[in-house]
Ligand binder design. Structure first.
Ligand SMILES: *Cc1c(COP(=O)(O)O)cnc(C)c1O
Length: 240
């Protein structure tokens, strides 16, 4: 489970390949334990703080979905990798003044947590002539500041996204609360996801689980896991 880290560019492809194989094995084992088909869980590589060259190597290894959490970093990286035809997910707290930029490269915005952001994304997507798939980010604890809508606000936000020009409701996303057992939190998320899906049957995405808790997320029905450290190695900067 320990990610391999090295500065040697020649060995980087091998490191990423070995890490990817381990992560795929963990996903397969978690799916087997939960009686789920591994094909129903999409691996999204979180490439924040790592260079575009790593994105290129991961694409060469077959990964198609990549995620970033800061527009300043994501925009140039997506531009550098534009020829790869990847789907870029935005997973960070999003300020409305960055929406125009994010709408130019992202295919999925996983961190939609307020009405004002829905309006801004809709306008930007319409201007770009693009369709943005949006997930409602749910706050699974009561702490402020890490992003995410309160569970009670999720159904209305989902309705707003579904009705907005240029946007498509994909489902829900959450980060497990720090210092808590992830499973009860992921179970709360699964219940909310069901509620959203009753009103919007196409909104099937449940994005949950990271390097440390992807097994718990898969046990609770995650369709997308967002994995950084276990694939790419440790990050020096704190960018969570
Ligand atoms: C960084 C990040 C991840 C990946 O976390 P790891 O623990 O490195 O796998 C997942 N989701 C979000 C929203 C993140 O910001």
């Amino acid at each position: 489970m320990t990610p391999r880290i090295s500065d040697a560019p020649a060995g980087r492809r091998d490191e990423l390949a070995a890490n990817l194989a381990e992560v795929r094995e963990r996903i397969a084992a978690a799916c087997a334990a939960a009686g789920r088909d591994p094909g129903d869980v999409t691996l999204v590589a979180v490439t924040k703080t790592f260079p575009a060259s790593d994105v290129r190597l991961l694409a060469g290894l077959g990964l198609r979905q990549v995620a970033e959490n800061r527009d300043q970093e994501a925009a140039p990286k997506a531009a550098e990798c534009a020829d790869l035809g990847l789907t870029w997910h935005f997973v960070g707290q999003l300020q409305t003044n960055k929406v125009k930029s994010v709408a130019s490269y992202a295919g999925v915005v996983q961190s939609v947590d307020r009405s004002r952001l829905v309006r801004a994304l809709s306008k930007a997507a319409a201007n770009e002539g693009r369709t943005l798939r949006c997930l409602v980010q749910v706050s699974l604890d009561d702490k402020e500041g890490r992003g995410g809508a309160a569970p009670a606000d999720v159904p209305a936000l989902a309705d707003q996204i579904a009705a907005a020009d240029g946007l498509e409701l994909g489902g829900v996303m959450a980060v497990a609360p720090l210092g808590e057992e992830p499973r009860p939190a992921f179970e709360r998320l699964a219940r909310l996801a069901n509620e959203v899906r009753e009103a919007h049957p196409a909104a099937t995405i449940v994005s949950a689980g990271m390097s440390g808790d992807l097994e718990a997320a898969i046990a609770c029905g995650a369709t997308h896991v967002r994995v950084g450290t276990a694939l790419l190695g440790g990050r020096s900067a704190i960018v969570r």
